[in-house]
Design a protein around this ligand. Sequence first.
Ligand code: B12
Length: 441
Amino acid sequence: MKIGLLAMSGIRAHDPELLKLGLTLPGFVERSRQIAALPSLGLLQLASATPLGHELEYFEAEGDGLEPAELADCDLVAISTFSAQVFEAYAIADRLRARGIKVAMGGLHVSALSEEALRHADYVAVGEGEHVWPRIVEAAERGEPPRIFRASDEAPVEVARLPIPRYDLLRNRPYNRFTVQTTRGCPWRCDFCASTVMLSSRYRKRPVADVVRDIQAIRAVRPDAFLELADDNTFVDKEWGLSLARALEPLGVRWFTETDISVADDPELLAALARSGCRQLLIGLESPDSGALEGLEQHANFKARRASSYADDVERIQSYGITVNACFVLGLDHHDGGVFESVRRFAEDTGLYEVQVTYMTAFPGTPLHARLHREGRILEPGRWDLCTLFDINYQPCRMSVEELRSGFHDLTRSLYTAQAMGRRRERFLARHRRRGALAKS
Ligand code: B12
């Protein structure tokens, strides 16, 4: 069969005022442009798990939600879904099926809402795809009727034995940033998290040698690639993190990842990360004050417990020359109108190199969605296209929707001006220089 792998890339947001703001604010646009250009690792991973004897091709959906015309030659098309683009994905699937092409869907959104997806796809995968995908390919070959395939019905996916994602399928495409996965899952249980904890509850690390092998495969396609680790929380195990950093150091790569604030506790790891080419750590602080974080992480109240040292932790990480991209979630249940100023002040006072603000978002399948739904606070149920992190689809507790929106717009305006960014970056550089001088003396 000819199998098409269809990625839905790009960034989604609907709020017209925010979009207009985004066009004029350099910081906002800079990061969006960079990350919009990432290929789908999930599909490349499936490609490497495809039974032999099939022809594979990687496609990107067009910016306007249309499918490339070449998909018409495929017998089976695999589509990877996030909530924000799922209606575009369903529309593409409907059109492909009308032409007699079989469609398989997987990914975070349809893993949470498989019955919904089965109205649009022949085969729907729930959970990690490596073991269900070969079954789907066989089902398509045999022309079997539509059904749901669950990872939980197969042997668990051993991350210690993942084959190299088929980065080679991207050879003729203009990507310069690539994703590599080093861990899956996260030990924490933040009520809003719609990331890989939705696919498997266990936290798993890959062998460092396999990560290096995957990076070599990327460099065979693009020697100067910038690497983004597609992890939720890379440095839960500091010892393993140290071995990863040491293995990356001789490769001379530049890279970025997501982790939690406890990375600040380990100076040896921070020094090794700096030497290994780690340019930035994205860390979900969520709110500058512990009160608003109470109960948000449901396993050990991790974030509320750490909040009092957030500022020192950020300073320490950045002093190693590693920039922090701190993420704040606006509109948590304890947030009132004062939160915008406290985020602005935190960013300014700590000299955060990068800051990301998003709205609290109820993704399907999360504890947050279940709770807001129970409380009748979802404004337009089923509007998954609003799950962009930049659109509001719930009734906040201590603000009106309008207060949340206008406070967010004002905060965006003040955080991403060239002056504000310049001040934060200057502070980061000064702190880093000071540390360098101390180290020399
Ligand atoms: C890289 C990334 C992106 C890239 C995606 C590139 C691409 N073309 O796919 C870019 C930068 C474009 C992106 C954009 C967005 N993203 Co993003 N992104 C990520 C990130 C960091 C890693 C995803 C990843 O590569 N995972 C690793 C792979 C191996 O896992 P996977 O994709 O889940 O695939 C496995 C299974 O799901 C399954 N599978 C997947 N697809 C299929 C298909 C079939 C047929 C089968 C059988 C199986 C299968 O098998 C795979 C292997 O096990 C995650 C956060 C994280 N740390 O996970 C956020 C994340 C996925 N993004 C998120 C969001 C919200 C967005 C945006 C909406 C942001 C915005 N406002 O624009 C947009 C959505 C744009 C869009 N097109 O839909 C959310 C999604 C939540 C949700 N449930 O929908 C996440 C979880 C982050 C978060 N804040 O919680 N993102």
